[in-house]
Design a protein around this ligand. Structure first.
Ligand SMILES: *Cc1c(COP(=O)(O)O)cnc(C)c1O
Length: 356
């Protein structure tokens, strides 16, 4: 099975497992685990921030960022399809009493002019606009990289108007490789930045929130409150450290493989790449209803050994990663074309059972 559902499906490499087995550990709640400490320092340095804090998930790093920037009754501005708004159960409302106002981007990309007049007046009837969240690369935007000049402009505008800024950089290192703009240059525009080690970098678990020392100290309190205090977490931190050290540059291979899949989709009957531009390790395409629904299409593909994720009744996502080689990518590309062509010509019927 060639598993292209997500870059979270990677398994730790033997070298990563060895690093994890050998990790020096201690109680990271009572005190600090030495390997976690090393990971936090390395991450903070890469992002040009004073401090960083290791957490179990990107959802937690994002939501704790919201928590440290906002009070109940505050509002954050974000893109309508972003992870914080779309994929985290409205946790900003459930856990922090914060509301969100969304702006619709083009495949997740926002323009500076969209923010004009989005700050609410100081008025007893209204919530207080407090925070701007951006996502880079954009997940539901098919891994698009935010234009650097737009990010710079949006964040400058936010700070000039007394707002805080947070970057959901779950896939920031993909943006770094694709754009040639270093992580600390992207991060410089934001008060806080979250990164994931368990996406393209291929570690089994973990994310970090980076920012100014006092904010990260506050985040450490909230991590305990949210249930994210972990004891001998050096075991998993060692996997993340290994990933930072050895798996950042190779993201370029994933990006090249995504182009191979994109070309296959462009030439396949009944499939439309959307967006047509592929920046990083992800593609999204729509399935013509004549071929069946997106989930019927992915079920049929799975019968042929390629696994993708339907993200709506008509849309399918495929993500390249550490555990998919160039040869497997080529094989997957051939299967995509074959299955689409056979469905379109009626040579085979779509798998009608809903996939598990
Ligand atoms: C995966 C992801 C996260 C965090 O997800 P977890 O599963 O909670 O680690 C956050 N933002 C984006 C854009 C993501 O893709």
């Amino acid at each position: 099975m060639i598993d292209l559902r997500s870059d979270t499906v990677t398994k730790p490499t033997p070298a990563m497992r060895a690093a994890m087995a050998a990790a020096e550990v201690d109680d990271d709640v009572i005190d600090v685990d030495p390997t976690v400490d090393r990971l936090q320092r390395t991450t903070a340095e890469l992002l040009g921030k004073e401090a960083a804090l290791f957490m179990p998930s990107g959802t937690m790093t994002n939501q704790i960022a919201v928590r440290v920037h906002c009070k109940p009754g505050d509002e954050l501005l974000c893109e309508a399809e972003c992870h914080i708004f779309h994929y985290e159960q409205g946790a900003f409302a459930q856990l922090s009493g914060v509301v969100a106002r969304t702006l619709s981007g083009e495949h997740g990309l926002l323009r500076p002019d969209q923010f004009v007049d989005q700050i609410r007046p100081d008025d007893v009837h209204q919530v207080r606009t407090r925070l701007v969240c951006l996502e880079n690369t954009h997940n539901r935007g098919a891994g698009r990289v935010q234009p650097y000049a737009a990010v710079e402009k949006i964040c400058r505008w936010a700070h000039e108007h007394g707002l805080r800024t947070h970057l959901d950089g779950a896939r920031l290192f993909n943006a770094v490789v694709a754009s040639g703009v270093a992580a600390d240059r992207w991060a410089a525009h934001f008060d806080t930045v979250s990164v994931c080690y368990s996406k393209g970098l291929g570690a089994p678990v973990g994310s970090a929130l980076a920012g100014p020392r006092e904010l990260i100290a506050e985040a450490r309190r909230h991590r305990k409150l949210f249930g994210g205090g972990m004891r001998q977490a050096g075991i998993i931190a060692a996997g993340a450290l290994h990933a930072l050290q050895y798996h950042r540059e190779r993201l370029a291979d994933d990006h090249a493989n995504a182009q191979v899949l994109a070309d296959a989709v462009r030439s396949a009957a009944g499939l439309t790449l959307s967006p047509d531009t592929v920046d990083t390790n992800m593609i999204i395409f729509t399935v013509d209803p004549a071929l069946g629904t997106a989930s019927q299409f992915t079920a049929t593909l799975k019968n042929h050994g390629v696994w993708m994720l339907p993200t709506s009744p008509t849309r399918v996502r495929a993500v390249t990663h550490l555990d998919v080689s160039r040869e497997q990518t080529r094989a997957a590309a051939a299967i995509i074309r074959q299955v689409a062509d056979e469905l379109a010509s009626g040579t085979i019927a779509a798998d009608r059972k809903e996939p598990t």
